[in-house]
Design a binder for this molecule. Structure first.
Ligand code: OGA
Ligand code: MN
Length: 197
């Protein structure tokens, strides 16, 4: 159990972010990828709203992903399994780090080839409750040449992370600026936030 969480938590303590290559089972990742692609083909994914001051056109200059929020009441067994694993992680985090997390929100994200998300922080004025960001990649057989890196801007410099399927990245939402680089293929993930509200 603890071995699974420690790279994520210790990583934040040591250098501002944690990452783990195979945090979720391959079968779960595959199933969630199929979910995302189904939602996409059914037209269930939509551009994210960034803030009241932004128009749709301005949004597109900042981020081009399409999202679909995960509803915790949806009986989909894969989403239940995903959120169950998040629950277990949150319990561990609260027990060992006194983080006081009492909620979360997650969405599927589809970055069509060429889409990006410019450098940003995940905590907006309307979203002060976001404490930790958790990104899970759903990509099958991602090659570094495809681009699409997550770039984290850390005190010690920039860190690029390849969005390979099953990898999880964990960092503080109000501290770490980051960016999603454009990719040469569609890029699939679940982004989410652990909240204390
Ligand atoms: C986000 C985000 C990172 C990624 O959705 O806010 O920064 O690698 N995602 O997809
Ligand atoms: Mn972000």
């Amino acid at each position: 159990m603890e071995e699974k969480y420690e790279p994520l938590i210790q990583g934040i303590l040591d250098h501002g972010y944690g990452t783990a290559p195979l945090f979720f089972d391959e079968s779960l990742i595959k199933g969630l990828r199929e979910n995302l692609l189904r939602k996409r083909s059914e037209g269930m994914m939509h551009p994210a709203a960034i803030g009241k001051r932004f128009t749709f056109q301005k949004n597109l200059k900042v981020r081009g992903d399409l999202i679909s929020w995960i509803d915790e009441h949806n009986p989909d067994p894969l989403e239940q399994q995903f959120l169950g694993a998040i629950d277990a992680f949150v319990q561990y985090l609260n027990r060992t780090c006194y983080t006081g997390i009492n909620g979360y929100e997650f969405h599927y994200a589809f970055y069509e080839e060429g889409s990006f998300y410019r450098r940003h922080l995940d905590q907006f004025q309307q979203d002060r409750g976001r404490k930790f960001s958790v990104v899970t990649y759903l990509n099958d057989d991602w090659k570094p040449e495809a681009g699409g890196e997550l770039v984290l801007y850390l005190d010690g410099g920039e860190q690029s992370i390849c969005p390979e399927g099953g990898r999880v990245v964990f960092f503080k939402s109000d501290e770490i600026e980051h960016e999603v680089k454009a990719a040469r293929r569609d890029r699939l993930s679940i982004a989410g936030w652990l909240k204390a509200v």
